[in-house]
Design a protein around this ligand. Structure first.
Ligand code: SF4
Length: 403
């Protein structure tokens, strides 16, 4: 315990912990001590006791994916009758609903669909910006960018530049899982993007002036050492570029997945949250929580952000978990924990007080879905783009006016 106390004293003084010190804390420090250390950092950095959140909408433009990560319950293989691609009009409708609820951004991510070329993304982004010039597109995690480089045979920098020119505002940190290739091979996500590729996309994005978030999905096959390796790699890139705005972590949701297993417990969640706050000393700290009650507790373990007012969610729901927290519910949890809730944008700039205190907004007591069950409609604009898979080629040919 002597050594733990010495490391704790270093953290209290604002010192940076190294790999071995972080591991010792993570494995040996009592949970309450980890919490106090993380809360101390939160209090030093955010003494005003403000806790932020964003109103945005998590939209998954397609569930068709060739990557087949074995922890994913969301994707459908090419040709599946349950596969979908959202039409531009459907996405516009989702934006209208988001604006009505006070939101100004879409978090837009999807499967690696071989039948959506780079031009489809560019056209979508341009169409969104033409209709909603001030609306922000926080879109396409690094593995999606890698997928587009392979489809288009262009380099990372060029793909990012084309997407940015079309309207991309920032890049979400999804698809990081654990940034260690041993883990990625077991999860069958090494091929979608290696740890190095994920970091390289972020490096290019930061150099191009885009801000991004960083994430971690833990609690599957990784060791504590590998969790720390992940955090240290993020810290290293942040030292280099300063381009991450926040770190968001969540635990693996096992239901309906090929990998199976168990979900991390609440204590594991809080310990991981706290060690991330301690290790990531160069990163604005923000965590998506797992429901209101753990969310409230996380505010005592280093978190200063409640993530997003969930309007729509499809990925975690497919794995058996679904938390619906509208703005009223988030604000109730934040205030009850003794903090001041403020709305923010993706850059973590404060936008104001809760919107429902300024004007009437509809309550969201149920999460929206990408597509209603049984809706097998196909967007009319798909015929304008070349398909790669045989199944989709046939379909598009039959949809042509003379098909
Ligand atoms: S996690 Fe993403 S890339 Fe992996 S199978 Fe699911 S949708 Fe595809």
């Amino acid at each position: 315990m002597q050594a733990i106390e010495q490391i704790a004293a270093k953290v209290r003084e604002g010192g940076r912990v190294g790999r071995d010190q972080a591991l010792a804390l993570y494995l040996q420090a009592p949970t309450t001590l980890l919490g106090r250390l993380a809360d101390g950092i939160r209090a030093r950095r955010h003494p005003e006791r403000v806790v932020t959140y964003i109103i945005d909408r998590n939209v998954n433009y397609t569930n068709v994916c060739v990557a087949r990560c074995n922890f994913c319950a969301f994707y459908r293989p090419v040709g599946s009758p349950e596969g979908y691609v959202l039409g531009f009009d459907e996405i516009f409708r989702k934006i209208d609903e988001t604006i009505e609820l006070g939101g100004g951004q879409l978090l837009l991510q999807g499967g690696h669909n071989p039948d959506l070329p780079l031009e489809w993304y560019e056209d979508l982004f341009r169409a969104v910006k033409a209709r909603y010039p001030a609306f922000r597109l926080h879109a396409l995690s690094p593995p999606e960018v890698i997928h587009l480089t392979r489809m288009s045979r262009l380099g990372i920098a060029e793909v990012i530049e084309r997407l940015r020119a079309a309207g991309l505002d920032s890049i979400p940190g999804g698809g990081a899982e654990i940034l260690v290739d041993r883990v990625r091979r077991i999860l069958n996500c090494y091929n979608k993007a290696t740890a190095g590729e994920w970091l390289e996309v972020m490096r290019h994005a930061h150099r191009a002036g885009l801000r991004t978030t960083a994430t971690m999905m833990y609690g599957h096959v990784e060791t504590p050492e590998e969790r720390l390796e992940h955090l240290l790699r993020l810290r290293g890139l942040q030292d280099e570029t300063g381009g991450f705005t926040a770190f968001i972590s969540w635990s693996y949701q096992p239901e309906h997945t090929e990998l199976g297993g168990f979900e991390a417990t609440g204590v594991e969640y809080l310990r991981t949250l706290a060690i991330a706050r301690i290790v990531l000393d160069n990163l604005q700290a923000s965590w998506v929580t797992q429901g209101g009650k753990v969310g409230q507790l996380s505010l005592a373990y280093g978190a200063n952000d409640m993530g997003s007012v969930m309007i729509e969610e499809n990925v975690v729901r497919a794995a058996g978990a679904s938390y619906c927290m509208d703005e009223i519910e988030i604000v109730r949890n934040v205030e009850n924990a003794g903090f001041v809730p403020k709305r923010r944008n993706m850059h973590y700039e404060i936008l104001g007080d809760p919107i429902f205190r300024e004007r009437e907004v509809p309550r969201m007591l149920e999460l929206a879905v990408a597509r209603h069950e049984g809706d097998a409609s196909r967007p009319a604009e798909l015929v304008n783009y070349p398909a790669r898979s045989a199944a989709e080629k046939r379909l598009r040919r039959s949809e042509l006016p003379d098909g």
